[in-house]
Write a protein that binds this ligand. Sequence first.
Ligand SMILES: C[S@@+](CC[C@H](N)C(=O)[O-])C[C@H]1O[C@@H](n2cnc3c(N)ncnc32)[C@H](O)[C@@H]1O
Length: 415
Amino acid sequence: MKYIETKEEILSVELPPQLSLIDDSIDDVILPKLDTLKNNKTNNLNKYELHINDAITLSSKQLINNTDEFQLIYLDPPYNTGRSRGSRKHYNDNSSSWSSHIQKVVVNSHKLLKKEGFLVFSINQMELFNLKSICDSVFGSECFIGLFPVKIRHSERQLMINATYHDVFEYLLFYRKHKQTRFYTEPKHPRIEKFDYRIETLTENPRKEIINGKQVEIYQPNEYKIVKDKPSLKNLRRYIIAGKLATANWSGEWFESHLRQLGENLLVKVHGLENEGLGYRWFHTHNEKRRSGVYFQSSLTAGRPILPTNDLDFTEIVPNIYKEGGLGIDFKDSKKPEQLLDYIISITTKENDLVGDFYGGSGTTIAKCIKINRSCITGDNGLESIKIILQRLSNLKEGKDICGIKYNFNLVNNI
Ligand SMILES: C[S@@+](CC[C@H](N)C(=O)[O-])C[C@H]1O[C@@H](n2cnc3c(N)ncnc32)[C@H](O)[C@@H]1O
């Protein structure tokens, strides 16, 4: 691996026209002076840093200021494929010290992550299993979330004549620092047409009991009405407690274990069962015609989260990623699609969270962070990469990224 450490080497970087190094007190941070331009999107809350350094040194230096600060660290290191031919120019992808290098970066990354933070690797099959065992040893195997295959090639476009088979996948390896952390998800909107029941109680003094630690009100058949009404988010959705709802659903199990025995045709209000909604849940016990119980859900707790899937197909996007970032960003060393970073960043971070990427390449991560309002600290040990990242940032400033939008952001040295 190539180490670039001297100030002279850094200062000899040829920068795009409107970016220049600020002063000579630079140690390992490149500080472009960015012209004030009329921009369409201004991003003042977030910080952006670009370093020229080896990933181990960079991640160690971050520990001085940023322990427990990163919400996401995304690492896209050389895959150690042994290949350094074809269009690959900037590094020889063959290292006998790959494992010990990565192990150190993973150890540092673990310390840098917030308690609820995520580590995500891009990798191919060459080092996948090795990498999994390195990450398991640092994060604990219980913090492994999953392997997400990313389809990057069409099955038909076979170009490798001497290979044994046509490999069309790369992988994302997801870890979390704490085993209970979940991805951020979008809730599915409740289907309004299903909320068409209203409950009317006809007494203010129902029978009250404590059942299994919960306060319960029991209405006799002449003390309530269950009315079928027009759909409205103010109304309730009726669920029959059958099948999985009776065995694998919290309310269903509660009914079967504690309410069925109360008797037929009762309306029961259980406090503390829909805590994020009404604060209580209504049940209607079974009767002669309907042997299953019923519960009612408010629209406040309706709408399940839509879980991310690991079905990632980028075959249509990969052939065009050379255009991403604008002119001068045609980086051949495994440049990643911005859409892939968008996916990773959106399920692991919220706006203004800090993202780290210590193998910056062409700057896909920092560019995406600027676009979707995350802070980012990135770096690369290759001068060519640093030049490309600077060009990409300059393109973003000038609206020369393919999205055509001008972004105003600050690239500062906070170390
Ligand atoms: C696969 S590329 C990253 C591509 C990037 N994700 C993108 O979308 O453009 C890997 C990068 O790691 C850099 N690199 C290789 N060894 C490194 C090291 N020891 N420390 C830091 N960067 C390194 C290379 O210069 C290369 O730019």
